[in-house]
Design a protein around this ligand. Structure first.
Ligand SMILES: Cc1cc2nc3c(=O)[nH]c(=O)nc-3n(C[C@H](O)[C@H](O)[C@H](O)COP(=O)(O)O)c2cc1C
Length: 400
């Protein structure tokens, strides 16, 4: 049944996958894979299964190769052991009725030799991104990376293809290519960081070649309808990732090429800073609005949406689905809360990357919160029968 006011609750087919609603859980790194092999575990399976009512879950960014590692306690998908670990996750999500794509991302120059057994991080050119890397000994300044030669590029493309084959073996429904933020792919797209004079730099077409080669490898090793990509064309002013006069042209060229590939979807992230006076100021009112006319397939919009603004965006034809990040951290039953107009629990940034179960798998569903309150009320010494204060932090209550 269609919900004219709430199209996010309508089913949708993204590529080869039928989803019961258009509320997507965005990828979120949570740093709970605390073992030397970067193998996903039971705790992660529990976390994702709790969120299986999302139309589609996108996993945390996952390394497609050892040399793509750039953060502590984040999972990979380049060994059989890691694929076996991910199988725990996909089985748990499927048993709970959900759908799940793995997000594959090589971090490139945002890494640090301390995370790479002493090796230099890889990048299109030897330009320090000017960021902080999170290493086993804490935050450290990034270094000048090693410029990739053509064999490095070919090997990296093949690493993504191998990871997508492992994703199939691990039971995923598809893969999302991580093309946002300060990872390897955007490094190729920004002129200041890509100073190559070969086929991978110098023009919009050349800068877009690397992500398109990876996408084509993913499609070849699986199917176009099982592959999506996430981009952040409005990223600017983060370290040396600075939009210039060619940035918008580069993303527009790339999106036009994506249109021809009949992918599962294109996922676009909104700006994370004020774009006034920047070269991408035009994207301020919303990235999906700008790119919708340039892309013929399904489009997922992301970044700062609520149920109301997300529904309006879909109703107005600017997106087909909306991805929610932070709200899914603290509301495992986000879809039910949206559907029933229940208040959301705010998330606690202190536990985003802190490790362990706290702030990860212990956020209650709305039904559990009601249960907790009723239990408190039942055992309340006042005996008044009035609603008692719940044993929950401020702001976690349901709307009454
Ligand atoms: C803790 C945290 C970790 C994140 N990690 C990733 C990631 O691994 N990959 C990615 O594409 N985006 C990542 N993001 C960005 C989210 O996917 C999303 O784009 C962003 O939170 C904006 O959506 P929201 O406003 O609904 O939270 C992360 C966000 C948060 C809050």
């Amino acid at each position: 049944m269609k919900s004219p006011n709430h199209p996010l609750l309508d089913p949708i087919r993204l590529g080869d996958v039928d989803l019961p609603n258009r509320i997507v859980m965005a990828s979120m790194t949570r740093a709970r894979t605390d073992n030397p092999g970067f193998v996903p575990n039971e705790l992660q399976a529990r976390y994702y299964a709790q969120r299986a009512s999302a139309g589609l879950i996108l996993t945390e960014g996952t390394w497609p190769s050892r040399e793509g590692v750039g953060f502590i306690n984040v999972p990979g998908l380049y060994t059989q052991e890691q694929a076996d670990g991910w199988r725990l996750v996909t089985d748990a999500v499927h048993e709970a009725g959900g759908h799940i794509f793995v997000q594959l991302g090589h971090i490139g120059s945002s890494s640090h030799p301390d995370l790479l057994d002493g090796a230099l991080p890889l990048a299109p050119s030897a330009v320090n991104p000017g960021l902080k890397a999170y290493t086993p000994s804490g935050f450290q300044d990034t270094v000048t990376p090693q410029a990739m030669d053509l064999s490095d590029i070919a090997r990296t493309v093949e690493d993504y293809a191998k990871a997508s084959r492992l994703a199939q073996a691990a039971g995923f429904d598809g893969v999302e290519l991580h093309g946002i933020s300060t990872y390897l792919i955007p490094t190729f797209l920004y002129v200041g960081l890509n100073q190559r004079t070969d086929d991978y730099g110098g023009t919009a077409e050349n800068r877009a070649r690397f992500p398109l080669e990876i996408l084509d490898a993913l499609v070849d090793s699986w199917a176009p309808g099982r592959v999506g990509i996430k981009l952040s064309p409005a990223l600017t002013g983060v370290g040396n990732f600075i939009a210039d006069a060619e940035t918008l042209e580069t993303f527009e060229y790339l999106v036009g090429q994506l249109s021809k590939r009949h992918l599962a979807y294109l996922h676009l992230m909104n700006p994370i800073s004020d774009l006034t006076g920047t070269q991408v100021e035009i994207l301020g009112p919303g990235v999906a609005k700008h790119f919708r006319p340039l892309y013929s397939g399904s489009l997922i919009a992301n970044g700062g949406y609520t149920f109301e603004t997300g529904n309006a965006l879909v109703r107005d034809g600017f997106a087909d689905a909306v991805a929610f990040g932070a709200p899914f951290i603290s509301n495992p039953d986000l879809v039910e809360r949206f559907s029933n107009d229940l208040k959301l629990t705010p998330s606690n940034p202190d536990t985003y990357y802190s490790g362990g179960a706290a702030g990860y798998v212990d956020y209650p569903t709305a039904a559990e919160q009601v249960g907790a309150r009723q239990a408190v009320n039942y055992f309340s010494s006042s005996g008044s029968g009035e609603f008692s204060s719940p044993p929950l932090p401020d702001g976690t209550g349901l709307k009454r």
